[in-house]
Design a protein. Structure first.
Length: 203
């Protein structure tokens, strides 16, 4: 039932925004009662937050199922960044991210959802980075030490993933941006590793 409610709410929110949709409409499309929805989600904002987290989980499942390959750390990180962006820049995901950015101004509580998604995204990326950097080359970087990995993962996402996502949010065609993924990620990963080396040497 939760899946039907979330799918119905997502469809309506994307069509008319959070303010333009009533719980009664969601119930009708999901073939559920208002009472059933309120028993699971106390407000429309809570329902929106649940959809956002489900969206983030689908992206995570997509890139975690890929095995970053390559002979060098740089090659493996490039594959990882490319896989994350391939799933985030799916047109359906971009539409929801755009909606979340728009609604956050009218519904300030949604800013908490954005923070949760960033934190969860960094945690998931750190889990994958742990595997990707588990090599002699990776162990040479202090930035990939267990106690620093979550912070390093956030830097990785901010540098490698965020720029293309922001361009998509501000209206660029996700399909065209997907064609730029490999070049952007290769350049960004090279810069990222140089920054990690600078952190290690103090230069």
């Amino acid at each position: 039932m939760d899946e039907k409610i979330l799918s119905a709410a997502r469809e309506l929110f994307l069509a008319r925004g959070l303010a333009g949709v009533s719980v009664e409409e969601i119930a009708r499309l999901a073939r559920a009662s208002k009472g059933t929805i309120y028993a699971r989600f106390s407000t429309k904002e809570a329902l929106f937050a649940a959809i956002a987290m489900r969206n983030a989980e689908k992206v995570r499942e997509g890139y975690e199922s890929a095995v970053p390959s390559g002979d060098t750390l740089e090659e493996r990180l490039t594959v990882l960044g490319s896989e994350i962006l391939k799933h985030v820049l799916d047109a359906d995901s971009v539409d929801f991210i755009r909606l979340a950015a728009t609604e956050a101004r009218r519904f300030p509580d949604l800013a908490k959802v954005e923070r949760m998604m960033r934190e969860r995204g960094a945690h998931h990326a750190a889990t994958v980075l742990k595997d990707v950097t588990r090599s002699k080359q990776g162990r040479a970087y202090a930035a990939f030490a267990p106690e620093r990995l979550t912070k390093t993962a956030q830097f990785f996402l901010d540098l490698v993933v965020a720029p293309l996502v922001m361009r998509a949010v501000f209206g660029e065609d996700p399909k065209r941006l997907r064609g730029q993924i490999r070049g952007h990620v290769a350049e960004s990963v090279s810069f990222f590793l140089k920054a990690c080396r600078s952190d290690e040497t103090g230069r």
